[in-house]
Design a protein around this ligand. Structure first.
Ligand code: PLP
Length: 436
């Protein structure tokens, strides 16, 4: 390592308070990064890493995309900030483009600073619109870090944060570790829907404002739902006057090979939340795309929510540039091709060589491999081994996304077939060294 990397780590240790971590271990595992390009990043010493986490699964267009940098440069020279009540062409163009990729009848966008507050405001809209209180969401979910979003989150990060009321959880489909003793995708879908129906009845349908779901739960393990599940949830919502909020924060904008992951399924939500890949995280932004009847509800009623940086011009300039680039460069098609012809087959080949790989699943550039100590019992590889695997991947030049007993394969959508092959060779080496 060079002096500047040591200095970066020293500053980090002395002054940075890290997310979701005990500080000592966060400081110990920090990696110094100075620069990036496409699917790669470098430290000051010139050590190269393949970024197979896309940072926080958000750098969909890769690092330092020229169109995004140009958008920031141009907008910053014109006007670097403006308050939310103002009419501004950059903000309007970003909203117009989001409306254009959403289903028919979604015409308005409420901009936020990220995904957590996008969900926070979608839940607020749903509660006001329905006059009901409860939000139903999956135990296997992550919806964000703020008041209601962290309590809507199902994973254990929720538990020390349970200060918001009106949140109820249920189990979604996950055939590999079925809660419903299912053996086939059809059984899993049918039984997960029956379970949700019973939760709705037991909670009292008339108290439920919305079901909040990631169409493909991301952080919990890229849990691609079986055919018919999302349509079934929509049907249950319709039967009971419950809104459906689909959280596309991680799954949208090319990640699943679609504009929105739900485009691959037969379902229409009432509210769509977004962030991350909408502008590859170059400037913080998120928001809610709102179905017309819900937007119209607030025509003569005050919407009691807002943010100083709602529709920030540097953020919305990068949204315009990102959406135009995704269309112009055929990013959705490329992500699908990478999933079908490179990552999918690559993981299939790895699974043949390593009995520790219990399951692989995904689509587009949104995949997971699940590591087990025994394919029969499906016992997860322990946390200490996963920590060693993570460190070994970094040492071999790959920045991984590791969660519980899984490695998520989530490179930028612009990743090449050769880069996927390079990553597969690194996974292969590390699994051989650490699990043989
Ligand atoms: N929703 C989903 C599905 C996410 O994956 C995340 C972040 O990982 C969020 C919401 C929260 O977004 P943010 O961290 O931008 O607030």
């Amino acid at each position: 390592a060079c002096d500047l990397d040591a200095y970066a780590l020293e500053l980090d240790q002395a002054h940075i308070f890290h997310s979701w971590s005990a500080q000592t271990s966060a400081h110990a595992s920090a990696v110094s990064i100075e620069s990036g390009l496409g699917s790669r990043v470098w430290d000051h010493a010139g050590t190269q890493y393949l970024d197979f986490s896309s940072q926080h699964v958000n750098v969909n267009l890769g690092h330092q995309h020229p169109a995004l940098l140009a958008a920031i440069r141009t907008q910053s020279e014109l006007l670097a900030t403006i308050s939310p009540p103002t009419a501004n062409i950059t903000r309007g163009e970003a909203a117009k483009r989001l409306a254009a990729i959403a289903p028919e009848g979604f015409n308005r966008v409420f901009f936020t600073n990220g995904g957590s507050d996008a969900n926070e405001n979608a839940m607020r809209m749903a509660r006001l619109y329905t006059g009901r209180d409860k939000i139903l969401s999956s135990y296997r979910s992550y919806h964000g870090n703020t008041g209601s979003s962290i309590v809507a989150t199902g994973d254990p990060r929720r538990i020390p944060n349970e200060f918001a009321r009106g949140h109820v959880h249920f189990f979604g489909p996950y055939l590999y570790r079925s809660e419903f003793w299912a053996k086939t995708p059809e059984e899993e879908s049918e039984r997960a829907l029956q379970h949700l129906r019973r939760v709705i009845e037991a909670e009292g349908a008339a108290t439920i404002a919305a079901v909040l779901l990631e169409p493909i739960p991301g952080t919990p393990g890229i849990l691609v739902p079986p055919a018919g599940y999302l349509a079934g949830v929509r049907e249950l919502c319709d039967q009971h006057g419950i809104l459906l909020i689909l959280d596309e924060v991680m799954s949208g904008f090319g990640r699943a090979g679609e504009w929105f992951a739900f485009d691959a399924f037969d379902v229409r939500p009432d509210l769509i939340t977004f962030a991350k890949g909408v502008n590859s995280g170059y400037v913080p932004v998120g928001g809610v795309i709102i179905d017309d009847p819900i937007a119209a509800f607030f025509n003569e009623r005050v919407f009691p929510g807002g943010l100083t940086y709602s529709g920030h011009p540097l953020a919305t300039a990068t949204v315009v540039a990102s959406l135009d680039t995704i269309a112009a460069e055929g990013i959705l098609e490329h992500a699908r091709d990478i999933g079908e012809n490179h990552i999918g087959p690559g993981l299939g080949a790895l699974a043949e060589r390593h009995s520790a790989i219990g399951d692989v699943r995904g689509r587009g550039v949104f995949w997971a491999m699940e590591l087990v100590t025994d394919r029969q019992t499906r016992e997860p590889v322990p946390a200490a081994t996963m920590a060693r695997i993570r460190a070994a991947l970094v040492t071999r030049g790959l920045l991984p996304f590791v969660s519980e007993n899984r490695i998520h394969i989530v490179p930028p959508c612009v990743v090449t077939g050769d880069e996927v092959a390079e990553a597969m060779a690194i996974y292969d080496e590390v699994l051989t060294a650490e699990l043989a």
